[in-house]
Write a protein of this length. Structure first.
Length: 689
């Protein structure tokens, strides 16, 4: 509400208020004469002069000054104005109701101590809307629009069935989406179809940019003579503390998760936070957050922790729907890898996987990037798709019994590393593993004479992720690799699905990458031990094995791509293979997905972990989905009605001219002071007589 002066120059007339003051200070002549001696008259003269210079009749003076001031105020023509619904345009027979069901409407309006049934802004708005619809007369046409996420109309057209509208309102629950108030006004305007009517908005109008985005629609509503009636529903002083970010950082003892909390309220808050790791471990902390401020906190993660999606929970009753923030946590410590040893040997050092096992877990079983589970050829039954992400098959003589399980494992997203040796038979491998090998094996080749050191290897392409650690150094170590024997392979086309990662100086492929379904296969055409070459004895061996595990999916904990997303925003995932059988599981169950070539697109409706996998297979991707952070902002920078009044003042402003009130009051005071002056003069004459 503000005051507008139409003729501000009239304020110069305020100078006349000095007139009554000067008149009252002017020396007044004596009204009574008495005869005294000359000397006595001279002695009394100074006292009488002082009395005449005093202000007399204070009340009369004040009335005269106020009278002049009121006349001047009337000349200024003041107008009192404030934003108001343009209900004079309202047509009672056509009404559209907008119900804000966004996340911010979950903030508590009525605190009832420990009562879990506290009234929220949404439940309050929903009840008030039902009561208003119930009180409407018969024949009123009603529409209903919602704001969460992308605004949508629940009634394709205006309906006169009040019972149906009340049912739609009652059945609606508060959502996790942001506030599309501008879109809701647009939908409401379309329902009215330019024929007038009223739009009733039940909302907390919270969030930065929520109301300012409505400017264009507010202008269109005014031009189409539609009435806007906001029903502000919010706590007098809403409170909210929310986690706005959480990031994992590596460290000596397993690393830490740093997270930030913001206090959107007007008072300092002490809250309890809980870091919930993917394996269910909970770590509690107490945090004090200043009013309107941001605080950073940290929790230490155990050095062996399952990877996946964790969360930070804050115990805050102001707005419960944003109390959880989800973040990606990589596998920390040991991830499990299944090693199938084709030649165990009489002693540990004679085993085919002796060097491989130590490269996978160089610091033992309690630290490092992976934890190997060693089995023989008959141990394939121990392969657990939920636990093992990578399988190493080293120098297996007859893979026929393993082929069905391994083929299914790889197609569902697993990683397989195949190394050869003197147990390998070309015919058996080509027959059993033809569906997953990048090409057919041809024959065992001796690439150097016995007295030679062995055939060297070419420097690999460091742009491939498996060799990225060698960019800063160590790349020359590949020139030290020597091989005496190797399996040759049939020629094959190199493309996005199959490529040679390492090759000998003579061009023979040494390490081949091949994508199969949702998984991947690495084929090493030589041995993984030191029988045919010096690979396990070189400094490049350990990082090469560690990076191979990572590329095959072993370092991902709960598997696959790691992405972030927001509620009601599409998430697109690209896969190299078929996506026909891929499904997405969210906190509320399966999520609808669309297939677009080798990609899938889905839109999460709730926050939390969303896991992408083939039916019955391990995870291929995981998305940590959070709410739009704007919905945690409970401030209301400018209301809907105030914004409408600023855009279309003629339509959304109430004006009350104050000119007649000031004028009549000035005339009344003028008459009062005239009567008081006449009355005082009459009393003086009586006394003097």
């Amino acid at each position: 509400m503000n005051l507008l002066w139409l003729t501000p120059l009239a304020a110069s007339l305020m100078f006349f208020v000095f007139g009554p003051l000067i008149a009252h200070l002017f020396r007044q002549p004596p009204s009574q004469k008495r005869h005294f001696g000359a000397m006595m008259l001279l002695l009394r003269l100074p006292k009488q002069l002082r009395r005449r210079r005093r202000i007399q009749d204070w009340l009369l003076l004040v009335l005269r000054i106020l009278c002049i001031m009121l006349f001047v105020m009337a000349a200024l023509q003041p107008v009192l104005r404030w934003p108001e619904s343009n209900t004079d345009l309202e047509q009672a027979k056509r009404m559209v109701f907008i119900l804000d069901d966004s996340l911010s409407m979950d903030h508590v309006v009525e605190a009832k101590g420990l009562n879990l049934d506290d009234q929220t802004a949404f439940t309050t708005a929903r009840s008030a809307m039902v009561e208003q619809v119930k009180s409407l007369p018969e024949g009123v046409e009603i529409g209903l629009v919602l704001t969460a996420g992308e605004a949508k109309t629940l009634t394709p057209e205006l309906k006169s069935d009040r019972a149906e509208i009340m049912t739609l309102i009652t059945e609606r629950s508060q959502q996790f989406g942001d506030t599309d108030l501008a879109g809701a006004l647009k939908q409401a305007r379309r329902l009215l179809d330019g024929r007038g009517g009223s739009i009733h908005v039940y909302s907390d109008e919270a969030g930065l940019g929520t109301v300012s985005a409505c400017e264009e629609e507010l202008s269109l509503l005014a031009s189409q003579k539609a009435a806007l009636v906001p029903h502000l529903t919010r706590a007098e002083r809403p409170q909210n503390v929310a986690v706005v970010s959480a990031v994992y950082g590596e460290g000596v003892e397993g690393g830490s998760v740093r997270f930030e909390l913001r206090n959107y309220g007007e008072s300092e808050r002490e809250v309890t936070t809980t870091a919930i790791l993917p394996d269910g471990t909970e770590i509690n902390t107490f945090v004090t957050v200043p009013a309107g401020g941001l605080t950073e906190e940290m929790v230490t993660v155990p050095r062996i922790t399952e990877g996946g999606i964790g969360s930070i929970r804050v115990d805050d009753d102001g707005l419960k729907s944003d109390n959880l923030f989800y973040f990606q946590l990589p596998q920390i410590g040991a991830a499990r890898v299944l090693l199938i040893d084709g030649e165990p040997g009489a002693t540990t050092s004679d085993s085919e996987i002796y060097y491989l096992e130590r490269a996978i877990a160089p610091w033992g079983s309690n630290r490092g990037g992976a934890l190997p589970d060693v089995v023989g050829e008959t141990g394939i039954a121990l392969l657990n798709r939920e636990t093992h992400r990578v399988v190493f098959m080293a120098n297996i003589g007859n893979p026929a019994s393993l082929a069905p399980t391994l083929t299914a494992f790889v197609r569902d997203g697993g990683g397989l590393f195949v190394s050869l040796g003197d147990n390998v038979t070309v015919e058996r491998y080509n027959s059993a593993l033809s569906d997953i090998l990048p090409t057919q094996l041809r024959a065992l080749e001796q690439v150097s004479h016995a007295q030679e050191k062995g055939k060297g290897t070419r420097i690999p392409d460091v742009e491939h992720p498996i060799f990225s650690p060698y960019k800063r150094g160590g790349l020359s170590g590949f020139s030290q690799l020597r091989f005496k024997s190797i399996f040759s392979v049939e020629p094959f086309d190199t493309n996005d699905r199959s490529k040679v990662l390492l090759e000998l100086d003579n061009g023979m492929p040494l390490l081949i990458e091949h994508k199969v379904g949702q998984g991947m296969v690495y084929l090493l055409t030589s041995t993984i031990d030191d029988e045919w070459g010096n690979l396990p004895l070189q400094a490049t061996f350990l990082p090469l094995i560690q990076r191979s595990i990572a590329q095959l999916g072993g370092a991902s904990g709960s598997g696959g791509q790691r992405i972030k997303g927001l509620v009601d925003e599409p998430i697109r995932l690209d896969f190299g293979g078929s996506v026909v059988d891929l499904v997405v599981d969210g906190p509320a169950g399966p999520v609808f997905t669309q297939k677009q070539g080798n990609s899938i697109v889905f839109t999460p409706a709730v926050p939390g972990a969303h896991i992408v996998h083939a039916k019955g297979g391990p995870p291929l991707a995981q998305a940590a989905v959070n709410i739009n952070p704007d919905e945690s902002v409970i401030e209301r920078p400018q209301g809907l009605l105030e914004t409408a009044a600023a855009i279309e003042p003629e339509a959304f402003t109430k004006r009350v001219p104050l000119f007649p009130y000031f004028l009549w009051l000035a005339l009344a005071l003028f008459a009062l002071q005239a009567w008081l002056a006449w009355h005082n003069q009459e009393d003086s004459d009586v006394v003097h007589a």
